[in-house]
Design a protein. Structure first.
Length: 203
């Protein structure tokens, strides 16, 4: 149905509508190691208990070669999807460029990022997502994930509810560039994946 493909002008108009000019005026605090934080005010019993509740009482045993932040999975959370839509981000990231998630037009969904913090507290984690169609950038979204301390279990972050585009011009393949970063601009993981908007799940 090539006649229903959007023109470059239509794609440019969509991109202009999605331009976000708001700048976040935020200055991150100075970085401190986990040990430094635990040593601070150690004679203050109430503060010690508070830090223990936040950070845990025992050190996390971890492979010294492991990165501080490990992004493990991306999941498209959609109540009406016939099967789970999950990317294992610990495997071959290049393979995602050759396959697509199928998403029914107009459905509501969220993106869930699963990640681990292994060694030190990380501040200002951020999930950044850019959406392209036919090489034109349509949208950029920055989601503030927050600050997290090390622990054995994974953390999960859910984006706000979004609605998939719908209509003849909206159907087709979207290329998405994702990045998990932080206040210090560490690139913990970058990957590309594709979303194919269809009239139905099994169209």
């Amino acid at each position: 149905m090539a006649e229903h493909e959007p023109t470059p002008e239509q794609l440019a108009a969509i991109a202009a509508e999605n331009e976000d000019s708001e700048a976040v005026n935020y200055k991150p605090p100075a970085q401190k190691s986990l040990q430094e934080i635990q040593e601070l005010d150690k004679d203050d019993e109430s503060l010690r208990k508070y830090k223990e509740a936040l950070l845990g009482s025992a050190a996390v045993a971890i492979d010294p070669k492991a990165p501080n932040v490990q992004v493990t999975r991306l999941t498209l959370v959609c109540d009406t999807a016939p099967a789970p839509l999950t990317l294992d981000l610990q495997g071959d990231l290049e393979s995602f460029k050759k396959q697509s998630f199928i998403l029914k037009e107009g459905v509501e969904y969220r993106i869930k990022i699963s990640f681990k913090v292994n060694k030190e507290i990380v501040s200002g984690l951020k999930y950044v997502q850019q959406t392209f169609r036919k090489g034109v950038k349509l949208d950029k979204s920055d989601y503030m994930v927050g600050s997290y301390g090390p622990r054995p279990n994974e953390y999960e972050f859910l984006t706000p509810l979004e609605e998939a585009p719908k209509g003849l011009l909206a159907r087709g393949t979207y290329n998405i560039k994702s990045k998990f970063t932080d206040d210090d601009k560490h690139d913990h993981l970058s990957w590309e994946w594709n979303l194919n908007i269809k009239k139905d799940w099994k169209d």
